[in-house]
Design a binder for this molecule. Structure first.
Ligand SMILES: Nc1ncnc2c1ncn2[C@@H]1O[C@H](COP(=O)(O)OP(=O)(O)OP(=O)(O)O)[C@@H](O)[C@H]1O
Ligand SMILES: [Mg+2]
Length: 383
């Protein structure tokens, strides 16, 4: 870290005041986790959860103040939950009512770094992670199609590609548009009725993705916090593969309402799916269900159905783990072709059997998310 730059930024932030108390954000202890490296500045303001919406102007002002320090190329400020950062409740304390993420202090899988509390995103109704332990099982395909199906049902939906190393949204949504920036906020790309963001929209395809662990979270924070999502009913997050530290940190830092696990029927994928379920349980993110992808094979010529990897493994695994089985999608050439062409099957072939299955799963998830957030923000309203 550049200590001098960090010190100058700290000084600049001392001129940013909480309007409620008139105290500056350094003196009142809100400033947390300031890091400055190669001109990239990141920090959090720890605020009481209930003030998050009202304090958006403070966040913007702090970001602006940091960004105008000479030598700063980019500054990102996120609001995080106040309690997470201070002492937090004792380990094992019950989660706060209607909190839609791990209760601070209860998720002990990785030790939260000071200043690395859970992000506060008050304008986003629910954040839904689409994950799997194993790569290549169809997470992104599932995330895109579920998001398109939710948007088609009238919800305001965002789709975030959290795969920093292998972003796939630009291809799957069929757009390589560059996001515009307006008043310091990045405008998401609009496609298929969604607002979408991916590192793939921000950097050239050929740019090597050499990100160190902490930078992955930084990039994600930027995409969550600096993107002008507006008011969303649901933000679907296409998670990167694996259950390593990056995924764990993300599941702790991002206030997830729930996770959906995608698996193929093979044993090896199911073992990883189990790992994925355990990871979310560890950080107290509810697993809303399991989807079996490439469940059976449909011959494009004659429609004959065969089951090259066995079939039904995910349903059985879901039962074993006490998780709802949400549905199954066939291994079908058309799904891949449409996906590769940037036309998700739900949008491009709404009358297909697959589109109907995705819509059914999306409706069930909407129901489950609704049930999970009865009082916090009943925002599943079709406007
Ligand atoms: N049901 C399906 N039928 C046919 N092809 C599919 C199906 N689901 C996904 N695919 C194809 O399989 C490949 C991998 O899918 P996808 O990129 O969605 O997986 P992923 O789990 O997101 O992978 P990664 O772990 O690399 O992020 C893609 O080419 C996709 O088009
Ligand atoms: Mg993917």
């Amino acid at each position: 870290m550049s200590d001098t730059l960090a010190a100058t930024v700290r000084q600049a932030l001392a001129s940013v005041r909480d309007p409620a108390t008139g105290q500056d954000v350094v003196a009142n202890g809100m400033l947390q986790g300031l890091s400055a490296r190669d001109g990239l500045v990141q920090f959090a303001l720890a605020v009481p959860r209930e003030r998050a919406r009202a304090l958006e102007p403070l966040r913007a002002a702090a970001e602006k103040a940091a960004g105008s320090v000479p030598g700063v190329l980019s500054a990102t400020c996120v609001l995080t939950a106040h309690r997470d950062i201070q002492t937090g409740p004792a380990a094992g304390a019950p989660p706060a009512p209607h909190s839609h993420g791990p209760a601070p202090g209860t998720a002990r899988a990785t030790r939260p770094t000071p200043g690395q509390g859970q992000m506060l995103l008050p304008d986003i109704g629910a954040i839904l992670a689409v994950a799997s332990g194993k790569g290549g099982v169809g997470k992104s395909t599932t995330a895109v199609n579920l998001a398109v199906a939710m948007a088609a049902s009238g919800l305001a939906v965002g789709l975030l590609d959290a795969d920093i190393y292998g972003p796939s949204l630009p291809q799957m949504l069929g757009t390589s548009a560059r996001p515009r920036s307006a008043e310091g906020r990045i405008q998401p790309i609009e496609a298929w009725g969604l607002k979408a963001m991916s590192i793939g929209f921000l950097v050239e395809q050929e740019t090597p993705m050499i990100w160190r662990g902490p930078m992955v979270m930084g990039a994600l924070e930027q995409m969550l916090g600096q993107v002008d999502w507006g008011k969303l009913d649901v933000l679907v997050v296409d998670m990167p593969p694996g259950t390593g530290d990056a995924q764990l940190t993300m599941s702790q830092r991002v206030p997830l309402a729930g996770a959906v696990i995608v698996s193929t029927p093979q044993d090896v994928a199911l073992i990883d799916a189990r790992r994925g379920i355990r990871m979310f349980e560890k950080v107290q993110v509810p697993v809303l269900g399991l989807i079996e992808n490439m469940s059976f094979y449909c011959c494009p010529q004659c429609g004959h159905r065969s089951e090259p990897f066995g079939h039904g493994g995910a349903r059985a695994e879901a039962e074993r783990m006490g998780v709802e089985f949400l549905g199954e999608l066939p291994l079908k050439l058309e799904i891949r072709e449409l996906s590769d062409a940037g036309t998700p099957v739900v949008g491009a072939r709404p009358d297909s059997h697959e589109a109907a299955t995705y819509r059914q799963i999306a409706a069930r998830l909407r129901e489950k998310l609704g049930q999970r957030r009865p009082a916090a923000a009943p925002r599943f309203v079709v406007e």
